[in-house]
Ligand binder design. Structure first.
Ligand SMILES: Cc1ncc(COP(=O)(O)O)c(C=O)c1O
Length: 378
């Protein structure tokens, strides 16, 4: 029987649950975006974002989703015909490659099977062959949301920085949930969005830009206007924005950052690791198998094989109708084959207890049920 009056529990990998405090901030009347009050709020948000990313790089705040940040990262640094390497182990790695191609870059994809991480050694080999240093940039998805794999960004970023190319990092589903120390790892552009671990609804994109990336911006000749990063930098230095910003969201962002400061970054990162462990252990106890191996399992998204006794659409439908819990389907070739549970941002062990209880009612105690196998099930 459908339950009508309960709050939906979003266990998709974004948008994620939004805390009441953040919702209350969103409900305030909008401020004038050229007012001194809004300037203070903007500066507070910028400082907070720098604190999360442990960086002095300016985070540009865009009225876009995460893809706007990815688009801007390419449009501002890569010229038509430039060589770009795209590390692809899922749908979002492929998206970055496609954006680079849309701007006329000459893209080489370094692929890993869905469910596997990108191999740093393969990248090292590829970049070592580029003795003329023609490769301008490498795109990388830190946390591949379509599969639930987290890539070894620290190692990959070091390889890119040793070569000299720019690292363009999609940290949409990792930033704020796991450590992404931008300066320490020398990440040139890091992109994220509001609707994931930052605990806001969709509506803001962010791009942190390094000094090295700003030099590339100076050299780049691509046509651009709304996503011209220099416009954002210039305005932010003047405590304002180039265009009408999403004022309510920036105000709400200061509230979510306050909450993050109260919890502490280390505690947040630990909480996400614990969520991964709790969920993986819990689904195994139900006789289900995580899709991704332990060593590179995401702290924010867990993909799961269904048991033979029930298919993915039925699991998703029953979770939704009986418990108002929404989980995600697999994407592309994995559609209908796995389901994905997001656990980032405002998500706690108690929530996973609820979700595991619901899952148990649906799949039963299936430890003796044969599990569908396929790719790299663990
Ligand atoms: C890893 C990753 N990159 C990029 C995106 C695109 O972000 P948006 O949908 O905010 O444009 C997503 C969205 O889920 C994502 O998970």
């Amino acid at each position: 029987m459908a339950v009508s009056n309960e709050r939906e529990f979003l266990m998709i990998p974004g948008p994620t649950p939004v805390p009441d405090r953040v919702l209350a901030a969103l409900a305030r009347h909008p401020l004038g975006h050229r007012s001194p009050d809004f300037s203070d709020i903007l500066m507070e948000a910028i400082e907070g974002l720098k604190w999360i990313g442990d960086t002095n790089n300016e985070p540009l705040i865009l009225a876009s989703s995460g893809t706007g940040g990815m688009d801007g990262a390419i449009a501002n640094t890569v010229n038509r015909g430039d060589k770009v390497v795209s590390l692809v182990c899922g749908v979002f790695g492929e998206r970055f490659a496609k954006i680079a191609e849309a701007y006329g870059a000459d893209v080489t994809r370094l692929k890993a099977d869905f469910g596997q991480p990108v191999q740093p050694d393969a990248l090292r080999e590829l970049l070592a062959k580029d003795t003329k240093k023609e490769i301008k940039a490498v795109t990388i998805t830190h946390n591949e949301t379509s599969t639930g794999v987290i890539n070894d960004l620290e190692t990959i970023a070091k390889i890119i920085s040793d070569h000299g190319a720019l690292s363009l990092v999609d940290a949409v589903t990792s930033f704020g949930a796991t450590d992404v120390p931008i300066d320490k790892w020398k990440l040139d552009i890091v992109v994220t969005g509001s609707q994931k671990a930052l605990m806001l609804p969709p509506g803001l994109g962010f791009a942190f830009v390094s000094d090295k990336a700003w030099q590339a911006v100076d050299r780049s000749t691509n046509p651009r206007f709304y996503l011209d990063f220099k416009k954002y930098l210039k305005s932010q230095k003047e405590r304002t924005t180039p265009f009408t910003p999403n004022v309510s969201f920036i105000l709400a962002l200061t509230e979510s950052i306050k909450m993050m400061k109260e919890e502490g970054k280390d505690n947040i990162f630990k909480r996400h690791e614990n969520l991964r462990e709790t969920l993986r252990k819990g689904v195994r106890e139900l006789g289900l198998k995580p899709f991704v191996e332990e060593a590179y399992a995401s702290p924010t998204i867990t993909s799961i094989w269904p048991p033979d006794s029930i298919d993915v659409p039925s699991i998703r439908k029953q979770l939704k109708e009986r418990y108002r819990i929404t989980v995600a389907d697999g994407q592309e070739d994995l559609k209908g084959k796995i389901f994905r549970m997001g656990h980032m941002g405002y998500v706690f062990e108690r929530d996973l207890g609820m979700a595991l209880y619901a899952l148990k009612q649906i799949v039963g105690q299936t430890s003796s049920t044969p599990i569908k196998t396929g790719a790299s099930a663990n």
